[in-house]
Design a binder for this molecule. Structure first.
Ligand code: ADP
Ligand code: ASP
Ligand code: MG
Length: 439
C-alpha cells in the first residue's frame, strides 16, 4: 500500500483534478489518496474567518459568495452528466449553507477551525464525485474519524494507527481510499487542523500509521530544489536527501514540505518521494534513511524570527544560569531555534512573539535583554556538512556584504545556520546560490 498526497495546485483546476484521477489509477497498488483544498480556498477561508473575528460580516459574506461561484464553475467543468453535476452542487451547497450560518452566530476559535476545515472536506467530495462519474471504485475515509492530536497539539500516532487499521479493514474490498489532508480532531474532540501546509503532515502520518511502501507528495515542482525557487532564479532539483536533511530543510523554511512532516515517515522508515503532478515522469526527490552523498545540498530561509540577547557579566558563567534561561522558554511553550553564547551574553532565536512580553519580563532579572525582530534564519543543509572541506570559508567569502548576526555550526551534522536581518534574506540566498552551488 502507498500514500499519494496531492497539494492545492494539483487539484486547483478541474483538468488538474482529472489528471490526478489518471495518476492514481496508473498502477494497481492499494493506495490512500490524501487531498488538500483547491488552491486559494484555505486562504479565502482564513480571510472569511478574519473578517468575522473583527465583526465585518459584509466582507465575510461577499467573500463566501465569491467562493461559492468558484465552486459552481469548477463543478461545471469537472463533471459531464447533469445528474453528477446536480449531485455535486447539492453537496457543495451544504458547505456553503454552513458558511451562511456562521454569519449569524458568534465567532470563536472552535468556529474558526470549523471554517478552515471546509476546504479539504469539499475537495475530497468533489474528487469522489468525479471518480464516481468515471466509474472508478473508491471509498472516502473521513480524516475526522482517525486523525487526532493531543492537548499539546501533537499527533497521536498510536491511536491513528488503530483507527485507520479499522477503517482499512472495513473497506478491504476497496483499492483506492481518499481522505482529507490537514484536518483533524483535537483533545476536546473539536475539529482542528495540522497548521498551514499540514496535508503533507497528514500524508506522512498516514504512511507511517499504515506501514506504506512509500509516501508520495505530489506538487507543482519537480522535487526539493537547492534553493528557494520563489526567490532565486536558477535552482536545481535534488535527487536524494536523508530524512534528517529533509527535516531540517522543511523546518527551516523550504515551503515544499510542512515543517514537521518528516518525523512520522522517518520513525517507520517509509521513503518519501516529492513528485511533480505537471511532469509526472520527472525523477523528483527521494527521501530515505541514506543521504546518498555528502556536502552542501540546499539552503532554505525561515522568516519572522526574533533574536533575544541576554547580557550579564555577573550571572552568565554561574552554575545553572542557562537552565534558568531555558526554563522561561519552556514555561511559555516557545521553542528555541538557534543559540550562541559568549562569556558575557547568550543569544537565542524564537519564531513566535505570542508570549514575548512575558518572556522578556521573566528574563530581565538575569541581565539586560535586547530584542531584534524581523530576522531571518538561513540554513545551509547537507550530510556531514561540518566536515566538508572549505565550507565555512566559501560561506563567509560569499557573504562579505551581509551583516550576519549569529552563526550556529557543529550542533548538527547536517546544518549550518546563520541569522541575518530579514531585509537581507533575498541577497543572502542569491549570494549563496553562486558561492556554494556555482549557479
Ligand atoms: P502544495 O500546494 O502542493 O502543498 P506548496 O505550495 O505547499 O505546494 O509547495 C510547493 C512550492 O514550494 C513550490 O511551488 C515552490 O515555490 C516552493 N518552494 C520553496 N522552497 C522550495 C525548495 N527548496 N524546493 C522546491 N520548492 C520550494
Ligand atoms: N489547505 C491547507 C493549506 O492551504 C493544507 C495544505 O494545503 O497542506 O494550508
Ligand atoms: Mg504545501
Amino acid at each position: 500500500m502507498k500514500v499519494m498526497k496531492f497539494g492545492g495546485t494539483s487539484v486547483g483546476k478541474p483538468e488538474r483534478m482529472q489528471e490526478v484521477a489518471q495518476l492514481i489509477t496508473k498502477d494497481s497498488e492499494r493506495k490512500i489518496v490524501v487531498l488538500s483544498a483547491l488552491s486559494g480556498t484555505t486562504n479565502a477561508l482564513v480571510e472569511i474567518s478574519n473578517s468575522l473575528a473583527i465583526g465585518d460580516r459584509s466582507a465575510a459574506k461577499q467573500r463566501i459568495e465569491l467562493l461559492h461561484e468558484h465552486y459552481k464553475n469548477f463543478i461545471q467543468q469537472l463533471l459531464v452528466t447533469e445528474a453528477a453535476r446536480n449531485k455535486a452542487e447539492g453537496i457543495i451547497a451544504e458547505h456553503f449553507e454552513f458558511l451562511q450560518i456562521i454569519l449569524r452566530i458568534s465567532f470563536s476559535e472552535a468556529l474558526n477551525k470549523d471554517i478552515l476545515a471546509q476546504g479539504e472536506l469539499m475537495s475530497t467530495k468533489l474528487f469522489s464525485a468525479y471518480l464516481e462519474e468515471k466509474g472508478i471504485s473508491h471509498e472516502l475515509l473521513p480524516a475526522l474519524e482517525f486523525m487526532t492530536i493531543d492537548a499539546n497539539e501533537e499527533p497521536q500516532l498510536g491511536s491513528i494507527k488503530v483507527k485507520l487499521a479499522q477503517l482499512l479493514k472495513k473497506h478491504a474490498d476497496k483499492n483506492i481510499l481518499v481522505t482529507q489532508g490537514y484536518i483533524c480532531r483535537n483533545a476536546k474532540g473539536e475539529v482542528d487542523n495540522l497548521k498551514r501546509g499540514g496535508s503533507d503532515y497528514t500524508a506522512s502520518l498516514v504512511a507511517a500509521a499504515s506501514n506504506c511502501s512509500v509516501c508520495e507528495i505530489w506538487t507543482d515542482i519537480d522535487g526539493m530544489h537547492n534553493n528557494d525557487p520563489r526567490i532565486v532564479n536558477k535552482t536545481v532539483a535534488i535527487e536524494q536527501l536523508s530524512f534528517d536533511e529533509a527535516a531540517e530543510l522543511a523546518y527551516f523554511g523550504a515551503k515544499i514540505l510542512h515543517p514537521t512532516c518528516i518525523w512520522p515517515a522517518q520513525l517507520e522508515n517509509v521513503p518519501v518521494r516529492l513528485l511533480n503532478t505537471m511532469q509526472p515522469e520527472a525523477h523528483g526527490t527521494v527521501i530515505t534513511k541514506e543521504a546518498g552523498s555528502v556536502g552542501v545540498k540546499a539552503v532554505a530561509a525561515k522568516d519572522g524570527i526574533i533574536a533575544i540577547k541576554i547580557k550579564s557579566s555577573r550571572m552568565l558563567l554561574a552554575y545553572g544560569f542557562l537552565r534558568k534561561v531555558f526554563e522561561v522558554f519552556e514555561k511559555y511553550k516557545t521553542s528555541i531555534d538557534m543559540i550562541t553564547t559568549s562569556e558575557v551574553a547568550v543569544s537565542v532565536t524564537i519564531d513566535s512573539d505570542q508570549f514575548l512580553p512575558q518572556i522578556i519580563k521573566e528574563l530581565e532579572p538575569f541581565g539586560t535583554v535586547e530584542i531584534e525582530k524581523e530576522q531571518t534564519i538561513v540554513s545551509i543543509v547537507g550530510n556531514e556538512i561540518a566536515q566538508t572541506d572549505h565550507v565555512l570559508q566559501k560561506l563567509f567569502e560569499s557573504l562579505k556584504e551581509v551583516p550576519v548576526t549569529m552563526v550556529s555550526y557543529g550542533g548538527s551534522h547536517h546544518n549550518i545556520s546563520l541569522l541575518v536581518p530579514g531585509t537581507f534574506k533575498t541577497k543572502t540566498l542569491q549570494l549563496l546560490n553562486s558561492g556554494l552551488f556555482g549557479l
